[in-house]
Design a protein around this ligand. Structure first.
Ligand SMILES: Cc1cc2nc3c(=O)[nH]c(=O)nc-3n(C[C@H](O)[C@H](O)[C@H](O)COP(=O)(O)O)c2cc1C
Length: 356
């Protein structure tokens, strides 16, 4: 299996399966001297971990981050940073009934056809649990970006037909759906719970904004800033679409309208243009639902049955920190790559603050 590593200079490799002993991330290419503690990583993991509210899976995982290398006396050394997260709440018995069946909407059949075998326990490596490792790596990237004065904030913009109407993105952490609009958040919660009671799940839209980006990040041919962000974000399970700035709505505008500030999403020609980076992602309804469905088996037969186990009726609240993490990993990489653009000091780029 290839493709377990992401990035060019700031390179993140994740490992581990949903019901294996542990999962984790190895971050290569992080410069030395960056202050970093397990608490910096834990803060982000606590936002992604299951069991945070009635809206997330009751699987209780403390998701404790252990830094195993690359940090000495509270600072990065320049060596690979390894972060391990032990899986403590495996319950493979939840999957006994459906072990030889492919769950609809999951990667079960495609992985089986590709590799000839699969870890049926929660999807193994294809599980959303793999994103805990990404969040750990994203926490390191966020620390690095802090030196450049960059802040990343993602939030739930809509759930099913209910959309946020007002509110600052920073408000989103104050409710369980992570929506910037408290009134819409209450409606969203009720909607998710009503659908969960029908043994159903729902999807939504997550938005992300990064402030403080200098002009000039992004490599403008194959590794455009928006292209790499799309790669990073679409690699998160359950994310089905992405649009930058005016996005698909740009197709309805005239050129002069779309040329106005705020429509670019902060990227022109694959290079950051100095405006806030802004994009939205479409999140599909959680594939695991408790309704009776038709399952195809490894032997080609079809069975009508229902899933057991523990699943989020809506992925958006837990995908929010994952989107921030992947954005941070991409931006940290471009921050380091940006140092190679010119001889001398790039005129328009922010220099990182000197470490004390
Ligand atoms: C943080 C996170 C948590 C997830 N939790 C669940 C879950 O509890 N149940 C589920 O069916 N899918 C969950 N998923 C989504 C599946 O992993 C994903 O839909 C599946 O692997 C198929 O991939 P695809 O939807 O990208 O095609 C989660 C995804 C993420 C990112």
């Amino acid at each position: 299996m290839s493709g377990n590593t992401f990035g060019t200079v700031f390179r993140v490799t994740t490992y581990g399966e949903s019901h294996g002993p542990a999962l984790g991330a190895v971050i290569d290419g992080c410069p030395s001297g960056l202050p970093l503690s397990a608490a910096d990583i834990q803060k982000e993991l606590d936002r992604r971990r299951p069991g945070q509210s009635a809206l997330t899976t009751p699987r209780k995982e403390p998701d404790v981050a252990v830094i195993e290398s690359g940090v000495f006396e509270g600072r990065t050394t320049g060596a690979p940073i390894a972060v391990r997260i032990v899986n403590e709440n495996q319950r493979p018995s939840d999957y006994g009934d459906t072990a030889r069946l492919f769950r609809p909407g999951h990667a079960d059949r495609t992985w089986f056809e590709k590799y000839g075998l699969r870890d049926y326990r929660g999807g193994g490596r294809s599980s959303g649990r793999e994103t805990a490792a990404r969040v750990a790596a994203g926490a390191v990237a966020k620390k690095l970006l802090g030196l450049y004065g960059i802040r990343i904030c993602a939030w739930t913009e809509s759930i099913g037909p209910i959309a946020a109407k007002s509110g600052a993105p920073e408000n989103a952490e104050s409710n369980a759906v992570r929506c910037r609009d408290a009134e819409a958040a209450a409606e969203m919660e009720a909607y998710i719970q009503a659908k969960a009671a029908e043994k159903e799940s729902v999807g939504g839209v997550v938005a992300c904004r990064a402030d403080g980006l200098p002009v000039g990040w992004g490599e403008p041919v194959f590794d455009k800033l928006d292209a790499v962000l799309a790669h990073a974000v679409l690699s998160v399970g359950g994310v089905k679409g992405i649009e930058f700035g005016s996005g698909f709505a740009a197709s309805l505008l005239c050129g002069s309208e779309n040329n106005r500030p705020g429509h670019s999403g902060g990227v022109l020609g694959g290079i950051s243009d100095g405006e806030p980076l802004f994009f939205r992602v479409a999140v599909k309804p959680t594939p695991s639902v408790f309704k009776t469905q038709i399952f195809r088996g490894e032997d080609g037969t079809e069975t009508e049955t229902a899933l057991r186990g523990r699943h989020d009726p809506c992925l958006c609240p837990r995908i929010v920190p994952v989107i921030e993490a992947m954005t941070a990993v991409v931006l940290a990489d471009f921050a380091l790559l940006g140092r190679c653009s010119r001889t001398g000091k790039p005129a328009l780029q922010t220099e990182e603050k000197t470490l004390k």
